[in-house]
Design a protein around this ligand. Structure first.
Ligand SMILES: [Zn+2]
Length: 221
């Protein structure tokens, strides 16, 4: 199985998984075959431009075959920083940036978003440094207005057990000492009843068309 096994990726994925759990969600790692079925399951939206990533918005589940931290950040934005699955991902670009910054990974995050469409004619990777800085500052300000960024930190706006989880656990989280054992051991879902997924009869994809995404100011998963 393809596996992004750098120490940085393992550590960042662990931190993000803990955050997902604290926000009432689940990170579920699948084989390619399992993913084939899960992405066809009602309620699951597959990322159109990132291979083998999907979310179940209502259940706050993030599915992937190969966990890579900057892709997880993006899918987390769909699940925890969006009022609905149909919300524009451009609205949480600043939220993603701040989470990447907390992981001290802004450069890698920017590289991974080089083809992120920021206008009908421009991708993030084609902007100058000052243009990127200006755009991200604008996205952060917009995130504050939406309430997905509070006190300079990305927060979850999803209701968990009847209350909003607006506290950001990262400050605490990042003080913890993470061991460096396999990512796999930390992933829930390996023991789910995967055989049931084969029975999923309805095929459902919640994908915005590429053209629609371009109009919304974004072009990726
Ligand atoms: Zn997306």
């Amino acid at each position: 199985m393809q596996y992004e096994s750098t120490r940085e990726n393992r550590e960042n994925c662990k931190k993000l998984e803990r955050l997902i759990q604290r926000w009432g969600g689940q990170l579920i790692r699948l084989t390619g075959e399992q993913f084939y079925y899960i992405e066809r399951t009602p309620g699951v939206s597959a990322a159109p431009f990132i291979a083998d990533y999907a979310v179940h918005y209502e259940k706050r589940q993030i599915f992937c075959v190969t966990p890579i931290w900057y892709h997880l950040i993006h899918e987390m934005g769909h699940v925890f920083a969006s009022p609905s699955m149909k919300a524009s991902e451009y609205d949480f670009l600043g939220w993603e940036f701040l989470l990447a910054r907390q992981l001290k990974g802004v450069d890698a995050w920017l590289r991974s978003n080089a083809d992120y469409g920021v206008s009908p004619d421009a991708d993030l990777g084609g902007l100058s440094k000052s243009e990127v800085a200006e755009l991200l500052a604008d996205r952060v300000e917009d995130g504050k207005r939406q309430g997905i960024i509070r006190r300079g930190r990305p927060v979850s706006i999803r209701v968990v057990q009847g209350r909003l989880q607006l506290t950001d656990p990262l400050g605490l989280l990042f003080q913890q000492d993470f061991s460096d054992d396999s990512l796999e051991s930390g992933f829930p879902g390996r023991n789910l009843g995967l055989h049931n997924w084969r029975a999923a009869k309805e095929h459902f994809r919640c994908r915005l068309s590429h053209a629609q995404r371009r109009r919304n100011g974004s072009n990726r998963g």
